[in-house]
Design a protein around this ligand. Structure first.
Ligand code: FMN
Length: 189
């Protein structure tokens, strides 16, 4: 099964990179296999530093902005316990891991990890269609180079309806941000 969340890793200059990632996990959440594209900063940092922190969060605004590299303000973070990394203070849970092995055979790498520490900060909000719609829109926003703009618009429409029907302020704001990013960055036609 895949779980969607946010991965923090340390950049070469010491700052922290924040990116949504969907690792393969077991149901007990004791094994994480990350699959970052070799072009991503997350891949470069995991290869160089051999550790990171994965977060489960319901903050879809953070996910939306981090997905397209537009975090104007970094979220509050606290130092991780067992790895050289940072924990997003507003997340629900976190998982500190070390890299065990990296498979670079394909453009989308496979990085097996060892879990070294986990922590709980607050309860997960719960299932919500608008949050899931924002998640889908965020994924769409990272694939604009692969999908025609008419296809993107067609896929956005039902997502917009879910946000309209079931979302709150955070979901609406995140969706509007993504919609605007997509219309500025879509490839024709
Ligand atoms: C929910 C979600 C899951 C994602 N999962 C992955 C993933 O598993 N691997 C990947 O390379 N990109 C994934 N992405 C896209 C990256 O987040 C996106 O390309 C980002 O810009 C990479 O950031 P980085 O270059 O700072 O690592 C995902 C995006 C979202 C919204």
């Amino acid at each position: 099964v895949i779980i969607e969340g946010v991965c923090t890793t340390r950049n070469s200059d010491g700052s922290i990179n924040i990116a949504p990632m969907g690792p393969l996990v077991d149901e007990a959440l004791t094994s994480f296999v990350f699959r970052p594209f070799q072009t991503s900063t997350t891949f470069a940092n995991l290869k160089a530093r051999r550790c990171g922190v994965f977060h489960v969060t319901d903050d879809v605004e953070l996910i939306a902005r981090a997905a397209v590299g537009r975090l104007t303000q970094l979220p509050e973070m606290i130092p991780a316990t067992r790895v050289d990394g940072m924990v997003i203070a507003g997340a629900c849970r976190w998982y500190e891991f070390e890299v065990a092995s990296i498979n670079e055979a394909s453009e989308r790498s496979e990085i097996s990890t060892r879990l070294v520490h986990t922590g709980h900060l607050r309860e997960f909000f719960g299932l919500n269609r608008a949050k899931h719609a924002v998640l889908e829109a965020a994924i769409l926003a990272t694939r604009l180079h692969l999908i025609s703009s008419s296809d993107v618009q067609r896929q956005l429409e039902p997502l917009a309806q879910m946000v309209e029907k079931t979302g709150g302020v955070q979901e609406r704001s995140a969706f509007e941000f993504l919609r605007s990013h997509i219309s500025k960055n879509s490839s024709a036609p």
